[in-house]
Design a protein around this ligand. Sequence first.
Ligand code: ZN
Ligand code: ZN
Length: 263
Amino acid sequence: MEIIFCGTGGARFVVVKQLRATGGFIVKGKANIYFDPGPGALIRSLELKQDLQKLDAIAVTHAHIDHSNDCNLIIEAMTNGGKRRRGIVIGSSSALEGNERFDRVVSAYHQNLPEKKIVVKPGDKLSIKGVSIEATPTKHDDESGVGFKITSDGRTMGYTGDTDYIPELGKIFSGCDCLILNNLKPAGCHYPGHLDSELSIRILKEAKPKKAIIQHFGMGMLRAGPEAEARFIQKESGVETIAAKDGMVVRIEEGKRLTDFEG
Ligand SMILES: [Zn+2]
Ligand SMILES: [Zn+2]
């Protein structure tokens, strides 16, 4: 399983100033899945030489713009401008259907370009080309938001999505080979609905994944230094933790450290 970070930033200031890219990440394995194609996802993924026509699915955790802005474009790329009806779009109900607070962020036209669209809520399970995908719960401003847990070739990767600490996450992400945490804020700086380094430590102590990657950094996190926060999280949790960088590629392999793949 390989993960390509097309962006590692999040929240409004980092997004509008592009202090970090905000293109989400692609997981490649038996199926290729684009998670949270935020602003710049198309251009960042092309810069990283990703072949978007090889995507099998696009997964949007929630309707916030830093997770969904380029979804329509990535669907166009996956379906060759709508000429080839292929792939699946997966998303929260807010992202695909909209509600009283959020207009749907994937247009009706674009939802019909792939083979299928699937609205997910926490606990829902599906499978694409032998890769199993489970939607996980979140506690966030977009109440219908989800995270994901995916298993491919015996390797399991968790992705918290945007969430505050909730006790279930320890059990849900228990024993993952790698857990990706949207660690918006540094230690000592809680912001409701999001993870900071202390809450990430709490989740890691409970879930005990083999490895962890923090990403989705806000201003405070960039000021504190994501690498320093990752070292603090690793020391306190006992879980190998790295801070994602824009364009970083890592592979989840038995017996290898995440830093073995860092360029
Ligand atoms: Zn976000
Ligand atoms: Zn959000």
